[in-house]
Design a protein around this ligand. Sequence first.
Ligand code: HEC
Length: 135
Amino acid sequence: MHSNLFRPALCAAAFAAWACASAALAQTTAPAPAPAAAPAAVPAAAPTPPAPPAAQAMYLRSLAATCANCHGTNGKAPEGAAVLSLAGLEKGYIVAQMAAFKSGARPATIMHQLSKGYSDAQINAIAEYFAAQKR
Ligand code: HEC
C-alpha cells in the first residue's frame, strides 16, 4: 500500500520519464502523482508521503503567488502602488496581521475574507516565504 502510493511520486521527482514508464504503467496510465489519477486501490485517507523538496518549493511559491495580484510578484509591490509590499516583512508580523484579519481585530477591506482561506500552517509558510524575500 505504502509503496503503491509512493512510487509514482518518487518517479516523477527523481527519474527521467523513461525510467518511470514501466512502473507508472503498472500503477496507472497517468504518470503524474495527482490524487485524482491515483489507483482506486489506494485508500483516500492514506497519509501522503512527504513531498520531495522541489515539489515543496513549488507548492510554497504557488501559495505565495496567490498574494501577488495585489501585493506584487514575490510580495514586491510596484513603486507607488496603493497596496503594501510583503517582501522583507518580519515573519511574526505577517503571521500576526493575518491572525488579526482572520479574527476581525484589524480593520480591512479585503483581507478579512482572504485570510480566512488559509490554514495556520499555510500562513506560517507564506509568511516565512515573504520574510525571506528582499525588499
Ligand atoms: C485582492 C487583493 C489582495 C490580495 C490577493 C491579498 N491582499 Fe493582503 N492586503 C490587501 C489590502 C487592500 C490590504 C490592506 C488591508 C485591507 O484593506 O484589507 C492588505 C494588507 C495586507 C497585510 C498587512 C500589511 C501591513 O503592512 O500591515 C498583510 C500582512 C497582507 N495583506 C498579507 C497578504 C497575504 C499573505 C496574501 C496572500 C495569502 C494577501 N495579503 C493577498 C489586498 C490583498
